[in-house]
Unconditional design. Structure first.
Lengths: 233, 74
């Protein structure tokens, strides 16, 4: 019980997110209207993804330092939960786009989806998809763990150009690009409404903790399954 | 009678989403779901989402406990 306080915290934060996220006042803006509330859900998926991929990256480095098989399991499952969050973020973003970026000036959803930010996000997710393909293609366990740990480091580093840098260089409809005033709208003091920040940051923590919890469930299952290998570790 | 008002509510929600861009500029500034809030039905959405959230957490919790039991067995 004393070790599960953060699971309860995650639950409470998500209850708060839903209640305050639906009921509190938000800024009244054209085009966005009530959809600005997606900030508490869509954006949190990407924040959670970055954190989960970051944890996975750290465990991959840790694996390469001592070749402890346990850390390879950690890295895999944090990466898979990160990918789940990324896919959810992509889908929710596509839904959001379909009502805010598609205007009366004749674009179709198909043209809007050729956006630099969306292509960058798709590339990032595909790079992580290749991580799992790579893992699946090895029969030798040590080789699998070693190669995929190195690849995981590459994949994490590739996140930055593909979803943060390139969309901001070439311009994008997504907030945070050269057309708008801010570098990182979710973190900028002047860009995000103070009331929304009161819900947004707890929401990020809540969703991330949920992702970590689900990842640890999968890790613990795998550790039980592979007990003969990791026993001495 | 009750069914009719529910139908009206759904029709309103639907119209709000479809007609969003068409009637965006009204006299009072950007349109928000004020009616949805004033008749209180947004609370239904909150209740539905909370129910799903509670269900998902209970499910994860039972899996967590099962794994804990497996870990103890050795």
């Amino acid at each position: 019980m004393n070790k599960s306080w953060w699971k309860i915290l995650s639950f409470l934060l998500l209850v708060y997110t839903i209640v305050a996220g639906f009921l509190w006042e938000v800024p009244r803006l054209d085009i966005l209207n009530e959809t600005i509330r997606n900030l508490y859900f869509h954006v949190c998926m990407w924040f959670g993804m970055m954190i989960l991929y970051g944890i996975s990256f750290a465990y991959s480095i840790r694996y390469l330092r001592g070749f402890n098989y346990k850390y390879d399991i950690y890295a895999t499952h944090f990466a898979s939960l990160g990918s789940l969050f990324g896919v959810l973020g992509y889908i929710t973003g596509a839904i959001w786009v379909s009502v805010t970026w598609v205007t009366q000036s004749g674009q179709s959803l198909g043209t809007v989806l050729k956006e630099p930010k969306l292509i960058g996000a798709a590339i990032a997710l595909l790079i992580y998809g290749a991580y799992f393909v790579l893992r699946g293609s090895f029969t030798d366990m040590d080789k699998k763990a070693r190669v995929s740990a190195v690849y995981n480091i590459f994949a994490f580093v590739m996140l930055f150009p593909s979803i943060w840098i390139i969309p901001r260089l070439v311009g994008s409809l997504h907030p945070g690009s050269p057309g708008s005033d801010s570098g990182n709208p979710a973190l900028d003091q002047n860009d995000l409404d103070a009331g929304m920040r009161m819900v947004f940051y707890p929401a990020v923590i809540g969703w991330t903790l949920l992702g970590i919890w689900l990842a640890t469930l999968r890790i613990r299952l795998q550790l039980i399954r592979d007990k003969s290998i990791t026993h001495e570790a | 009678m009750k069914l009719k008002s529910i139908n009206h509510f759904f029709a309103f929600v639907l119209a709000m989403f479809i007609g969003n861009s068409a009637m965006a500029q009204s006299a009072q500034g950007p349109e928000m779901a004020d009616l949805m809030r004033s008749n209180g039905k947004i609370y239904i959405v909150v209740a539905v989402c909370l129910t799903i959230l509670i269900g998902l957490f209970l499910y994860a919790w039972t899996i967590d406990r099962k794994i804990s039991r497996l870990e103890k067995e050795k």
